[in-house]
Design a binder for this molecule. Sequence first.
Ligand SMILES: *Cc1c(COP(=O)(O)O)cnc(C)c1O
Length: 385
Amino acid sequence: MATSDAARNFASLAVHAGQEPDAATGAVIPPVHFSTTYAQDGIGGLRGGYEYGRAANPTRTALQTQLAAIEGGAHALSFASGLAAEDSLLRAVLRPGDEVLLGNDVYGGTYRLISRVLGDWGVQLRIVDMSDLDAVRAAVAERAPRILWVETPSNPLLRITDIAGLAAIGHAAGAVVVVDNTFATPALQRPLSLGADVVVHSTTKYLGGHSDVVGGAVVLNDDALAEKIGFLQFAVGAVSGPLDAWLTTRGIKTLAVRMQRHSENGLAVASFLEGHERVAKVYYPGLASHPGHELAARQMSGFGGIVSLALESGEAARRFAESTRLFTLAESLGGVESLVNYPDAMTHASVRGTEAAVPVEVVRLSVGIEDEADLLADLEQALKD
Ligand SMILES: *Cc1c(COP(=O)(O)O)cnc(C)c1O
């Protein structure tokens, strides 16, 4: 007897959920549906519930089924970008006057979306170090936020937050607890199983995995909130296009093996940098020296491929970021190829001078799946410059 879908484990779900062979032809890879409209058998007589491409598309449905399965959620909604997903979630939950309590080194675009877009609609923002639960408790006691929003590991300083502890604090205050799981991915960490209410993703990163498709997703269990977000997906229309949805699905199928290799290479790179005389500090939860190491080891099943380091000065950090050859100087992360990013002037330029600013000495690496020795040799030569 075949194993029931619900009993399957992560790597199997990533390959198979939402990916049944095409009923009409037996094609093992379900076709990409480009049609924007669907024939009706009499007015309102829809064959598969499909009527118009913004409302629903079978390729997007397949991706959403796959996303829900890999995060262990009842509902998943996919969007044109990570920020589009965040926007729909925030607008579904918040009303003017509501406040978001945000981690202090979240993705710069999340900070910008809440402070500069939703701020004009009366949404308030407060920043706290989410990895310090006493600080979170104090902030919540001062004023109850509507949303607690955390990235763990965080971007780019790889701080680790206790998701179960945060969820307990948030729920006692009636807040919705959101985890941006872009860095860890469900291959390494399942926030819903730890008590979070909503997981958000930039699928542009590890889920897509090949730096060739922009997308985002929201995964959750709450039926009523899922319906509200689904309404915004339809009524605002920041949906994934069919080819984008299909590329993301294809990427997710190899997520388990990619994250394993990213984690191996990440640890090798972090250990190498930690032993290097020119490196002032290494931020990687897989290192025993990382303050969140034990918590990460409990809450995650691997430490991932993002490694940040601090050099002796901003000048040295910029020079290092411009000296690698195998690591390409570029924004973004999570692809099979290794990238180097200088947050202060690149990904986090929008939070420069704010309380979410990144120290000028810090460089962030997205360690790819290339050969380990080649990666270390490249870092060695860049550190000599
Ligand atoms: C990239 C990123 C986002 C934004 O996603 P887009 O797909 O670029 O809109 C949000 N959160 C994290 C952690 C990211 O890395």
